[in-house]
Design a protein around this ligand. Sequence first.
Ligand code: ACM
Length: 775
Amino acid sequence: MQRTLLLLSLFFAAMNSPARADVPLVIPNPASVVARSGVFVVNDRTRLVIPPHDAGARRAAIFLSDLLDRTGAVHLKRSFGSPHGMEIELQRGLVPTNGTESYQLEVLASRILIRAPTDAGLLYGALTLWQLIPPGTAGQSATLPAILIDDGPRFRWRGLMLDSARHFQSPAYIRQFIDWMALHKLNMLHWHLTDDQAWRLQIKRYPRLTDVGAWRVPAGAAAAKDLDLSTGRPRQYGGFYTQQEVRQLVAYAAQRNITIVPEIEMPGHAVAAFVAYPELGCAATPHREVPSDWGIYSDPFNLDESTFRFLENVLTEVMQLFPSPYIHIGGDEVQTGQWVASAEVQARARALNLQDPQQLQPYFMQRISRFLLAHGRRPIGWDEMLQPGLPAGAIITSWHGISGGVAAAEQGNDSILSPWPTLYFDNRQSDSPLEPPGRGQVITLQDLYSFEPMPAQLGTQQQPHILGIQGDIWTEHIRTEAQLSEMTFPRAAVVAELGWSNPERRDWNGFLDRLVGLQLRYRALGIPHSESVFAVRTSATYDLRVETAQIQLANQSGYGEIHYTLDGAIPTAASPLYVTPLSVPMPAQLQAATFAHDVQLSPTLQQQVSVDHALHRVSQELKLCTQKIPLSLEDDAPVDGPRAVFLIDIENPCWIFEHADLDYVDTARVAVGQVPFNFQIGADRDKIPLLPPQTHDGEMQIRLDSCEGPLLASLPLTPALQSDAVTELPPAPLRGPAGIHDLCLRFTQASLDPMWAIDWIQLLRQTLPALQGTH
Ligand code: ACM
């Protein structure tokens, strides 16, 4: 069958199933859907009628027809004027779900009508219709069941936070990102523009903020050696957004009902600004270069009047660029040590009658808040800003759980919920070795879907203070735009549904049904996205004596059917269906994928089933000894091209190879990498165990049963010193007792930086003739 027909069969199966008649496959799920009788047939002759002189309706129409074209669906002819019947009409008018983003979508046998009072409503009605028309119907007809949708969002803040400071995304990418947000009816882009590691927004009055503050040498030996031929110094990483680019992005977003809310961080997370203008800081030894460590620096702005003037001047330009009613001013993770140590700051505090250094931060944030309020903008701060004296108009982004949001609502301040770790998109989506780098904790799509935004403890008086929710894409570990997209989609679709749909309109299995259609559209639009929820994972137990594996196949959600092959053929929906664990004689090649309605939903898993594979682990398949700061950390080398990703607890680099079958094993092969230790973790750094090296450059040690067990093998690291990327060490003899054992893997090293990491380990058995001799 052709692909388009496959897609059609999926959609018609879903659409025409009586059990589903009231569930159109739309994300976010509409507020109210009533099935009607009859159908409307859309094809290439269907006109899309736009009221004359209505720019908003015209934009919605262009959106719809363009999206249909780009997803290979029927092509609609746009026309202006009065409708003749058998057409799709966009119409201004009041709708029952009376909100500024509401719309009504009516599919009748005689016509389709999208009605809304606002541009936003017309756009959202058009986006819903886009999802009702199957992709892959170009040149054909699509039959839509008659239906009445009355729709509007539950929350007015449905957002994503994009960290463009830690890593920079091009304006062209951000433009795409805005388009992709709009598809999900997301309406708030919180843009994290400044931090310790970069200042990314052009400020005309203070050009050094971007001339200096937007550029840094990345951490690590590879970057230090990567010389810029024009300067003879290490090449700098960075970039910034000019005011013209920002104006264009703001206008582009506005046409898609997206408000860009800029964030200018203060009083902490601002080292890049202090490097540009040292007079703003109060460190005893100021930074001379924009730093490349992640974590929490101890530097805040000082409290000089000239510093407040600087911030007000910056915010004045920010307000000219961003018409947003809201301006985010950070306020998180402020270290007060430098304030306490600074005679000038202490003198200012006494003059201000602030006895306690803990009062300085509220003073700082409230002073800036009042400045913004006086200029008609509402300040937003991370939940540390919730302190006595906060002005009523200020808004809290709750990230320490939802408690900041609850406390804000109880005292009459609005809040946005973005609790770590569930709403933090830098966490891994599964423990697969194929995931992009990120924080090591796994937050599945279902973990996110299970988040209910309205705190149960709030009464009806307080509930309106919860403006909505936001997913935060922190980019310390998200270096590339492709990685960023994959960490964001489809999680953005979940945030959209949580922010839009009432609890009774949400259910996980129904969401997965609808995600199937959205994923096909992601593929058609070329949106890099994660398919981790459908990806096939294996768990195997091996009996190496009889060279047989018991293999279980599953995907994270349990959705769809898994089909597999063992003969090297590419699996299709016609391949054997996985039902119970497979007993596989070795060697074999296993391939498997998830399918539903004949459509492949996951990448094809390819896995050798062999003795060698049974004795092989990549870092993500090892168990971390502890989970203090687990990261799936990207190597710093090579400078260009793909880099390895190591699962490592940077506060305790220690791994367990669980259940290793040591029968006949006589050799270990290990590949290792070195990563810069570029983490500001304060005094915790001194608690990281360093095992003393036994040879000059240290070793990788393998111990039996536990990290205190006998040393089975010790692999000198000298050969790996020459490469900043991954090095396979020379094979080392490893002979342990027969049977199944855990192995503890650690490094010895004299100092923390760079830190060694395991890429993979392979245990090898005696060669076959010797093996036969032992039987
Ligand atoms: C934050 O994660 N520091 C807001």
